[in-house]
Design a protein around this ligand. Structure first.
Ligand SMILES: *[C@@H]1O[C@H](CO)[C@@H](O)[C@H](O)[C@H]1NC(C)=O
Length: 156
């Protein structure tokens, strides 16, 4: 158990991503945000950056029911000041919509599931947009192996 815990700590150190919502397009009309959101795995400690010009769009975090009905009056979080950073502090499902006019029903909406970053076996590869993590990983693996070595001697 100690070994597993140490491995999880080492792996988690590499992961705190900021995801630019919509990629190069940002937070605008005519982007399929469902398709965008499905590309990544979100962990606690990560954050979302909504890039838009105020007051053309806004960012509302809403309940599942309000998401489905594009209801803007009950937002759990809202911001329309432009370029909104949303930290993913707790695990669970998040629903986001644009609160301006009928942008939500036109498709400015998506949902993500945020997993705990302390969970075992985070996945890498396509879920990390930059290459920094893949450079760091072998180092973490190496330090993990070095950590294991004395344990092996200790046991036998
Ligand atoms: C958006 O992308 C999702 C996932 O690829 C797809 O299921 C859906 O039909 C797309 N929506 C539109 C409006 O194209």
């Amino acid at each position: 158990m100690v070994v597993v815990g140490a491995a999880a700590l080492l792996l988690n150190g590499a992961h705190a991503e900021q995801y630019n919502v919509g990629g190069d397009s940002g937070w605008i009309l005519n982007v399929n945000y469902t398709a965008w959101a499905e590309k990544y795995e979100y962990l606690t400690g990560d954050s979302l950056l909504f890039k838009y010009i105020s007051p053309r769009h806004s960012v509302l975090q809403v309940t599942k029911e309000d998401y489905e009905e594009c209801k803007t009056s009950n937002a759990l979080f809202s911001d329309d000041k432009g370029d909104t950073t949303f930290p993913l502090t707790t695990e669970g499902q998040y629903w986001f919509i644009c609160g301006v006019n009928d942008h939500c029903s036109q498709g400015m909406k998506f949902t993500i599931n945020v997993l705990s970053s302390t969970a075992i076996a985070p996945s890498y590869g396509p879920s990390t947009p930059d290459s920094a993590s893949s450079i760091i990983n072998p180092i973490h693996l190496l330090s993990f192996l070095l950590f294991l070595l004395p344990l092996v001697f200790f046991v036998f």
